[in-house]
Design a protein around this ligand. Structure first.
Ligand code: 5GP
Length: 217
C-alpha cells in the first residue's frame, strides 16, 4: 500500500485536482476524515466526511482511534486508523487530503508516503479564488490567506511541490507523480523558488498592505 498525502492552502485547487485523480485512478481511494465542522451544502455524511460532534471527536482522540488529528479554522479533523485499514483491505492506496499539521504528525509514522503540496501561482490569485467562492467574509478570507502563508512556509516538509497555475498542466504533473511515485526534480525546484516569491509577496505587496490597514491588523 502506498499512502499519498496531498495538502494545499484553501483555494489552491486541491479538491478539483484530487477529484480528477480519483476518477482516473480506481486504485486510489480517498480517505474519509472525521470532522466536527458542520456539513456544507451538498456534503453527505460518510461521503465527504464523517460528521461528528466535539464530544464524539474527543472520545475518539482519547481512545487513540486517529493516526493524526488537528484543529483547522476552529474545527477538528482527523484520519482514523480504521479508515486506512478499510482502504488497505480493499487492496487500494489511500489519498489523504489533510493539512500541514496532519502531515507533520504522520510523517515519521509513514516514511514511505508520497507527500505533495499544491502551490498557487501567487497569493493574489489565491485571494481571487477565495473571493470568487463568495461564501466567506473579508475577515475569514484574510484568516485563510494568513493560514495559506503559514502553510506555504512549511511546505518544505513535503517531498514534491506542484504549482497549480494552469489546471490541466498541474493535473498532468500530479498524474505522473501518482503513476511513477516520482516527479521531475525541476518541478519541485521551481516550486521552492516560488515559495520564496510568495513569502515576499505576503510581506511587501501593496494589496496586502491595503488589506491590513482595512482590517486594522
Ligand atoms: P474543509 O473544511 O475545507 O473541508 O477542510 C479544511 C482543511 O482541513 C483542509 O486543509 C483539509 O485538507 C484539512 N483536513 C481535512 N481532513 C483532515 C484530516 O483528517 N486531518 C487533517 N490534519 N486535516 C484535514
Amino acid at each position: 500500500m502506498t499512502v499519498f498525502v496531498v495538502s494545499a492552502p484553501s483555494g489552491a485547487g486541491k479538491t478539483t485536482l484530487n477529484r480528477r485523480l480519483l476518477k482516473e485512478y480506481p486504485q486510489l481511494e480517498m480517505s474519509i476524515s472525521h470532522t466536527t465542522r458542520p456539513p456544507r451544502k451538498g456534503e453527505q455524511d460518510g461521503v465527504h466526511y464523517h460528521f461528528i460532534d466535539r464530544a464524539a471527536f474527543e472520545k475518539m482522540v482519547a481512545q487513540k482511534l486517529f493516526i493524526e488529528w488537528a484543529e483547522v479554522h476552529g474545527n477538528f479533523y482527523g484520519t482514523s486508523l480504521l479508515e486506512l485499514k478499510r482502504i488497505e483491505n480493499a487492496g487500494k492506496n489511500p489519498l489523504l487530503e489533510i493539512d500541514v499539521q496532519g502531515w507533520h504528525l504522520i510523517k515519521p509514522l509513514l516514511p514511505q508516503a508520497v507527500s505533495i503540496f499544491i502551490l498557487p501561482p501567487s497569493l493574489f490569485s489565491l485571494w481571487q479564488r477565495l473571493e470568487s467562492r463568495g461564501s466567506d467574509s473579508l475577515e475569514i478570507r484574510w484568516e485563510r490567506l494568513q493560514n495559506a502563508h503559514d502553510e506555504i512556509e512549511k511546505s518544505n516538509e513535503y517531498e514534491y511541490l506542484i504549482i497549480n497555475d494552469e489546471l490541466n498542466e498541474a493535473f498532468e504533473k500530479l498524474k505522473t507523480l501518482v503513476t511513477n511515485g516520482k516527479a521531475s526534480s525541476e518541478d519541485t525546484r521551481e516550486g521552492r523558488l516560488l515559495c520564496a516569491k510568495l513569502n515576499e509577496e505576503f510581506k511587501t505587496a501593496d494589496w496586502i498592505r491595503e488589506l491590513r490597514s482595512q482590517l486594522g491588523s
